[in-house]
Design a protein around this ligand. Sequence first.
Ligand SMILES: NC(=O)c1ccc[n+]([C@@H]2O[C@H](COP(=O)([O-])OP(=O)(O)OC[C@H]3O[C@@H](n4cnc5c(N)ncnc54)[C@H](O)[C@@H]3O)[C@@H](O)[C@H]2O)c1
Length: 399
Amino acid sequence: MSITLAIAGCGVMGRRHVLGLKKLQEIGQLRFDLVAICDPVESSSTAMADLAEELLGRRPAVFADPADLPASVDALDVTTSPNLHATIGIQALHAGRHVQMEKPITLTIEDGRALLAAAGDRKLSVAENYRRDPINRLAKAVIDAGVLGRPFLIVQSSSSSGEHVVITPWRHRKHACGIAIDMGVHYADILEYLLGPLTTIGGMGAVIDAERTGADGTMYPADAEDLTVGIGRYASGALATMILSVAGRGDAHFTRMVYGTSGSLSIPGDRTGQPLRLSLRAHGEDRIVADNDLLALVPDFRLDDTTAALFGGERMTSYDLPWADSDANLLAIEFDDFAESILTGREPEVDGAFGLRSLAISYGFLESDRLGRFVSVDELLTSGDLPYQKEIEEALHQA
Ligand SMILES: NC(=O)c1ccc[n+]([C@@H]2O[C@H](COP(=O)([O-])OP(=O)(O)OC[C@H]3O[C@@H](n4cnc5c(N)ncnc54)[C@H](O)[C@@H]3O)[C@@H](O)[C@H]2O)c1
């Protein structure tokens, strides 16, 4: 059975989502029929209609506004900037559609609560792609199998991008969704995917570059934090540290390390296909575990059928694909999970509630800074009085 699908937003990510659908078609697993796309910018929607026609063999109808989509559209995939997610998503859910929402689920936590409330019996899936990387799946299997003993620390840290615009200028504006949130939700999701629920957050943020250079040399104003430093405590008692810098000069770095009572696991950058590095400690000695031996430690580990078909194997320790192919594969896996949830009634892997937790954690580092104290994830999810998000509302009024 085919699900009629529309995509709202024909920018960078809208086009990448079309490539994801193509990957599903290539493995005979495409359960969506892309019948419509929407964007108020005609040149963007025309370019994406051309791309869809070329790749999927059918030209979708074009609309300027998702509100005008015909009733026959079953599901809406939202790939607009985050400040529009709540309005477009709530409208679609009220029209009876299932919604796949690009991350971050919404601009603010309050908007996210409203979106969840609108879902009713419709499926609300968050297109969080990083966790779906086969190497992250393997990392989780290693941790869940107890190979590291009791995990007690995770370090997620990265520095990149210098003083340049990261993809689009809106990512540097608080009222449109600053990069600490836009990228931060990926890492918040990974933190909870690997080690379970966080309970308490503390952090600080800073704006290093108040102006950023676009690809054509244009300077753009930037009022959103480009540096976040955070800590967290898990329900399990483990601790987390998170550094997200897109103001990086000099050497770039990416670190994702999990430490447990039996060893450490170094997890490579998402979509790189690089292998894990597992070090086990016994009798006071540390030993690097070879890839084949690592697989033997997780005998039950199997990628799901769609992931295995896309990446070429059920049990792999690395893969060698161009970045664009790994990226499209992960987007294909998201779509497949969304289709499965619609057709079987089960919840999507990253549902609205989980997507909202990632948003709350990313804001938590900045709210903690404003409040001058730690904040609980529960407080972040339920409070109507959070100072950083008040600043966003003020910035929205000024924009
Ligand atoms: N998961 C990832 O790896 C990843 C990567 C990039 C972007 N994203 C997410 O995808 C989303 C879009 O980011 P982007 O980089 O594509 O932004 P973008 O600015 O390139 O594209 C957004 C598009 O939405 C269009 N738009 C504006 N108003 C609209 C409306 N009312 N209806 C329909 N379309 C409308 C704009 O004209 C634009 O073409 C964001 O939520 C972002 O965080 C995710």
